[in-house]
Design a protein around this ligand. Structure first.
Ligand SMILES: [Zn+2]
Length: 451
């Protein structure tokens, strides 16, 4: 890689990148303004505005999104007739959680064991620095050959959907031929990976009522219909013996054809206790990326401490259903609702209420942008081939962009490999990953422009 001028430039820019990421990490830009002052998020946004202006971006603006936060936008015009690429990152971060659980201060970038620790180093302030490095490397080596739009969101972690609504209201603003979402991560450090599918999700509240009020379990138990018992049965009906999700009529997505997730490795990553089996069937990748998965998120029932010998008259649960690519989330929601109603025993009264829904996402990996990224990754990661991974969670913005710009190609890359421990205490970024992915992004823009 050292013989490549773009890679040499990125290497020489790494000290500056570290200094900049240190400044950016110092802003406590958590978009929960009851817990963290809004001024911290505003300062981070202004830092990004200044950084884009310094790079020669035009039309740099703070966009007031409907959720009361601000996204930063800028345009770097390329040669006439060139394609347009949108680069995405977000400057808001997860709260630090348990500050005492951090080995170093969460908002002070600290180098330790070859990694840079601090909240947002990987997710996703480092993602913005990656975009800057890629553009600077191209400028130093013949110029940026595409029109570049940058959007840096201010409330990704809160899931308040501000940028999604704003983009829908201003459909021209983010229009692009290709979109690079810099908020995903390699499957492992050193293994170049594009995330090509995301599962969708639906959340549902289910309530079961059987009696006008609670009854003594000695006097009435055995004949009185127990609402909690009914709820347990209906929740259990959502699983087969091996733990696979079984919603009547809901099919699996197509089998996973990308990167495989080694079962032993998965056990380790998920910290599964000795002697406990994984659930589901098929490969691990099938189970977490290509199949539906129900999880019971909570149950309203009497806590053990203070519980009395009573038959419960009502019970409630919140469940999530991860929806695989290729399945419509609205259709999956209907099937889940019908299943819950059909499987509630004893004529118990059941009510379902949908809380939220996001569609799954699936990229066209045969597109020219994917070919260009594979070529770029092979140079940035010598001896490695680009892999495709899925992601079990959802990024609603992907669906918004895919719906607004059906012809745009969407690539998800980024710094959030497993060791980064995003959303947990002791989040960190690997500087080597930042360097290599910046090289990959620069070479991608160049190869894509030429294609
Ligand atoms: Zn993120």
């Amino acid at each position: 890689m050292s013989s490549n001028p773009v890679a040499e430039t990125v290497a020489s820019l790494m000290p500056r990148a570290k200094a900049e990421l240190t400044e950016l990490v110092a802003f406590k830009s958590v978009a929960d303004f009851d817990q963290f002052p809004r001024s911290e998020s505003e300062a981070a946004a202004n830092w990004i505005v200044a950084a884009l202006r310094a790079e020669g971006f035009q039309d740099v603006a703070l966009l007031d999104t409907p959720d009361g936060t601000q996204s930063v936008y800028g345009l770097l015009p390329g040669p006439e007739g060139a394609k347009t690429v949108l680069l995405y990152a977000h400057y808001d971060v997860q709260p630090p959680l348990d500050e005492a659980g951090w080995d170093t201060p969460p908002f002070e970038l600290t180098e330790r064991d070859g990694r840079w620790f601090g909240r947002g180093t990987a997710d996703c302030k480092g993602g913005f620095i990656m975009h800057l490095l890629a553009l600077r490397a191209l400028k130093a080596n013949g110029g940026v050959p595409v029109h570049v739009k940058v959007i840096v969101e201010g409330s990704e972690e809160q899931g308040t959907g501000g940028l999604e609504r704003y983009a829908e209201q201003h459909p021209e603003l983010l229009a692009a031929d290709t979109i690079v979402i810099g908020d995903a991560g390699n499957f492992r450090v050193g293994l170049p990976t594009v995330t090509s599918t995301l599962r969708g999700m639906t959340m549902m509240r289910v309530s079961v009522d059987t009696l006008a009020g609670n009854l003594h379990s000695g006097q009435f138990g055995g004949a009185a219909p127990d609402a909690l018992g009914a709820l347990i049965r209906v929740l259990d009906s959502l699983r087969a013996e091996d733990g696979s999700t079984t919603v009547d009529g809901l099919a699996d997505g197509p089998a996973w054809e990308g990167l495989q997730y080694d079962e032993e490795q998965f056990r380790k990553d998920a910290k599964v206790l000795d002697g406990v089996s994984l659930i589901g069937s098929g490969t691990v990748a099938d189970r977490i990326w290509a199949r539906p998965a129900v999880t019971v998120l909570g149950i309203d029932c009497p806590p053990v401490v203070g519980a009395t010998p009573s038959v419960q008259s009502s019970a409630r649960a919140l469940i999530s259903l991860r929806v695989p690519p290729g399945v419509d989330a609205a259709e999956a929601t209907k099937l889940l609702q019908a299943h819950l109603e059909a499987h509630t025993p004893w004529g118990a009264r059941v009510r379902t209420e949908q809380i939220g829904q996001g569609q799954p996402f699936s990229a066209d990996t045969t597109s020219p942008a994917y070919a260009a990224m594979a070529e770029a990754m092979a140079v940035a990661y010598p001896g490695q081939e680009m892999s495709y991974a899925g992601q079990g969670g959802s990024i609603p913005l992907c669906n918004t962009l895919a719906a607004l710009y059906p012809r745009a190609e969407i690539l998800l890359i980024g710094l959030s490999e497993p060791e980064a421990q995003i959303h947990a205490v002791n989040e960190s970024v690997s500087p080597e990953e930042l360097e290599r992915l910046s090289v990959a992004e620069a070479l991608f823009l160049r190869t894509y422009a030429a294609g």
